[in-house]
Design a protein around this ligand. Structure first.
Ligand SMILES: *[C@@H]1O[C@H](CO)[C@@H](O)[C@H](O)[C@H]1NC(C)=O
Ligand SMILES: *[C@@H]1O[C@H](CO)[C@@H](O)[C@H](O)[C@H]1NC(C)=O
Ligand SMILES: *[C@@H]1O[C@H](CO)[C@@H](O)[C@H](O)[C@H]1NC(C)=O
Ligand SMILES: *[C@@H]1O[C@H](CO)[C@@H](O)[C@H](O)[C@H]1NC(C)=O
Ligand SMILES: *[C@@H]1O[C@H](CO)[C@@H](O)[C@H](O)[C@H]1NC(C)=O
Ligand SMILES: *[C@@H]1O[C@H](CO)[C@@H](O)[C@H](O)[C@H]1NC(C)=O
Ligand SMILES: *[C@@H]1O[C@H](CO)[C@@H](O)[C@H](O)[C@H]1NC(C)=O
Length: 680
């Protein structure tokens, strides 16, 4: 009762009698009644909603890649009549609740929380361009860092995104026009504990001082957590909107605001946490089993006891045999471990009916996680080298933390004996090769192809540069590009090729990859690099535009090698003749030339002559014009000793073979069907 009466208390007060327009006190304390639908003074968008008990929910942990905004509908005057920014102060109560689940151990997946919430000052009633994921509804890849944003935010971020320079997953930070924070400080307690947390933000205009305090308390602490000096006169416009933004990505949380006060030229009133509406906490998905009283009759015969005992022994032994192998390091990363049982259930016992396909590394099954009904793809990798599996599995810790909208997210794994099971996001539209080669059921339009290309480029750039360590994909090809429900291209299988390095025989260097996508230097050095990925990306670009494989055994001899054919057409000035005829001439000629030209540049035999992925992305986004001329892919071969040219040509023809190179090439597809071993 008391909650209902107190949950809404809003008034606008004019404090200063002389300059009424300059000063206002706005005190919001819970959002119920008037703050739900009609006549409310909050503008909600995305996943934001006011619950019946007066709690404002910005995101729900049930929705991935979701954002929500809640802004006070009336503009706030931030500059006084002499055009100077006024001091302001706000305090608000929030709670972050990650998806329910149990910590590690019994195999129930517990995902980290993501991504965060922020108090924001924006020129609009909301933040129209704010993306979910790492941008938590504040910015997007295009406007990030631009002075024209005029956005100031104080974020409470629960996922570490190294691409924005973040170094922990539990911080408060000041963001001015950019998700790359001006200043960031770890919060001394757990933001995702589900407890109600109060934050105070105070800006003092004469000293340019912005202070942030946080506490799980009603009283404002004297100690300041984050403090920065910033002159807001260029950032804030005269009239701005205030509110909240939150976003989820691959990992999710419910983000709540329970109370809010705001004041210009004076302290905001602190909130009494015990008077706020109460959160309805989710119940854990796995509730305790009802305890069944064990009623044991006195008359249980000895025989029955013996049967029970032997059954129990059998059960224990079986359990032990079937138990997943748990290494000490795995306990540190409990969140991503699935139990074998769970994955077996999800894929209905790895039924053939659930088989999605055969990858280079194993079978892929469709599955539905029993607890959340989430659709997943489960890749089952059998590997003769237990050592290889073990070492690869220890890398999952880092690979699992890679997050990008153009990567197929690795959700978790399970290891049992020699079996490694990897759990990925399910991609409803399958792999790109199905849309390009042979007789595809659906022909992708030019717009769709270009979007896929740009997506793959941005995913690969993230692997190469966007993370704390460089990740080399090693097996870029159309079959490893998966399409999500919106036909965005997403790279799969990243890092997986490394599995074969770990288990390799010391006398051989395993060259991992697929014929036609293998950079020529790989055959000499055996070392994958970012530029060997770029080479494969070049082959992919040509494939997507031309709609055929890099090596097409069924083609006319002069068309066998895609890159050579494209180069000849380029030299002859008839480059557009290579564009997939199935497009019926309907494509953007400027974009097609950009992609083909870039494809040729990436296909250069000399690694140094290839662009980096960063440059490739700039070319594709039209930020930088491509050079007028393109070098022949084999232009540098002379300089590097002639060997490369012959090796390249030799290597490219599936039927030829040079001494010592074991090849296993599927002539139907032109792909090598297994890995290539080259003795040193
Ligand atoms: C909403 O804003 C109007 C002014 O636009 C104001 O008169 C009214 O009191 C406000 N209502 C609430 C509940 O804040
Ligand atoms: C979150 O979303 C789910 C599914 O849409 C819904 O059933 C649930 O009630 C929501 N939870 C909250 C707290 O709003
Ligand atoms: C506007 O604000 C600045 C900074 O707080 C102050 O120095 C100045 O006197 C104010 N001007 C008026 C007209 O109130
Ligand atoms: C910090 O804030 C200023 C605005 O005062 C902005 O121009 C600058 O780019 C920001 N610095 C960083 C490192 O984000
Ligand atoms: C924070 O709290 C959540 C929810 O109780 C818990 O799952 C998580 O492990 C905690 N994190 C830390 C670093 O203590
Ligand atoms: C902030 O910058 C503006 C102009 O850029 C200047 O006029 C003003 O005095 C500065 N304010 C403070 C408090 O330094
Ligand atoms: C908060 O509210 C409770 C109950 O209404 C009251 O007993 C308590 O004194 C208040 N605390 C503060 C700091 O005002």
């Amino acid at each position: 009762m008391a909650e209902k009466l107190l949950s809404l208390w809003v008034f606008l007060l004019l404090l200063h009698p002389v300059k009424p327009a300059d000063v206002a006190t706005l005190l919001l304390d819970g959002f119920s009644g008037g703050f739900s639908a009609a006549g409310n003074n909050l503008t909600l968008d995305g996943f934001a909603a006011v619950e019946s008990n007066g709690v404002l929910q910005l995101t729900n942990y049930t929705s991935r890649w979701a954002s929500g905004h809640a802004f006070y509908s009336n503009p706030i005057q931030f500059k006084n009549s002499s055009g100077e920014v006024m001091s302001f102060s706000t305090s608000f109560a929030f709670a972050i609740i990650p998806p329910p689940g149990k910590q590690g151990g019994d195999g129930l997946a517990l995902f980290p929380a993501g991504d965060g919430l922020a108090f924001a000052i924006s020129p609009a009633k909301g933040i129209p361009g704010g993306n979910p994921g790492s941008y938590i509804g504040l910015f997007n890849a295009r406007n990030n860092g631009k002075l024209s944003n005029h956005i100031l935010a104080v974020e409470f971020d629960t996922y570490m995104n190294a691409e924005h320079g973040e170094t922990d997953n539990n911080h408060v930070a000041l963001d001015i026009n950019s998700k790359k924070s001006n200043k960031s400080v770890p919060v001394p307690f757990n933001l995702t504990s589900g407890q109600v947390i109060q934050a105070w933000i105070d800006y003092n205009s004469p000293t340019n001082q912005l202070d942030v305090r946080v506490a799980m308390d009603s009283a404002k602490p004297s100690s300041i957590l984050l403090s920065d000096k910033v002159n807001l006169s260029e950032i804030l416009k005269e009239s701005m909107y205030i509110g909240f933004s939150a976003g989820t990505g691959m990992f999710t949380s419910s983000h709540y605001i329970l109370g809010w006060s705001f004041n210009v030229n004076g302290d905001a009133k602190s909130l009494n946490l015990s008077q706020l509406p109460k959160l309805q906490l989710p119940t854990a998905t796995r509730t305790k089993k009802n305890r069944k009283g064990l009623i044991v009759g006195v008359s249980v015969s000895c025989a029955l006891a013996v049967i029970l005992l032997s059954a129990l022994t059998f059960y224990i032994i079986r359990r032990k045999k079937m138990a997943d192998v748990v290494e000490p390091w795995e306990l540190d990363v409990g969140p991503h471990r699935f139990s074998h049982e769970e994955l077996k259930k999800a894929t209905r016992g790895f039924r053939d009916k659930e088989l999605l396909g055969f990858g280079g590394f194993g079978r892929v099954y469709k599955g539905t996680l029993p607890n959340s009904n989430t659709q997943v793809a489960v890749k089952r990798i059998s590997h003769e080298s237990k050592q290889g599996v073990r070492e690869f599995a220890s890398e999952i810790t880092s690979i699992g933390r890679l997050r990008h909208r153009n990567l197929v997210q690795l959700l978790g794994w399970c290891r049992q004996r020699g079996d490694l099971l990897l759990v990925y996001d399910f991609m409803p539209n399958g792999s790109l090769d199905k849309y390009l080669f042979d007789e595809p059921k659906t022909i992708l339009s030019w717009e769709q192809r270009f979007k896929i290309i740009k997506g793959v480029a941005s995913g690969l750039l993230y692997l190469h540069e966007g993370w704390e360590q460089t990740v080399i994909h090693r097996d870029i090809k159309a079959a490893n590009v998966l399409l999500d429900s919106e036909l965005n291209g997403r790279l799969g299988d990243f890092g997986l090729a490394k599995l074969y390095d770990h288990g390799s025989n010391p006398n051989t260097t395993r060259v991992v990859g697929t014929l036609g996508y293998l950079a020529p230097e790989l055959t000499r050095t055996g070392k994958s690099t970012t530029s060997s990925d770029v080479f494969a990306f070049g082959a992919l670009l040509l494939e997507v535009v031309c709609g055929r494989r890099p090596i097409e055994p069924k083609a006319l001899p002069e068309e066998l090698m895609l890159v050579e054919w494209v180069w000849e057409k380029w030299r002859a000035g008839s480059i557009l003749e290579v564009v997939d005829a199935r497009l019926g001439g309907e494509f953007n000629k400027v974009e097609a030339v950009v992609v083909l030209k870039l494809g040729l540049m990436c296909s250069n035999n000399a690694p140094k002559a290839r662009p980096t992925m960063r440059q490739a992305v700039r070319y594709l986004e039209g930020e930088v014009a491509l050079p007028e001329t393109v070098e022949a892919p084999d232009a540098y071969d002379e300089k590097i000793g002639g060997a490369a040219a012959s090796e390249f040509v030799d290597y490219s023809y599936p039927t030829s073979s040079s001494a010592g190179n074991k090849r296993d090439v599927d002539l139907e597809t032109g792909y090598s069907s297994s890995l290539l071993s080259i003795p040193r």
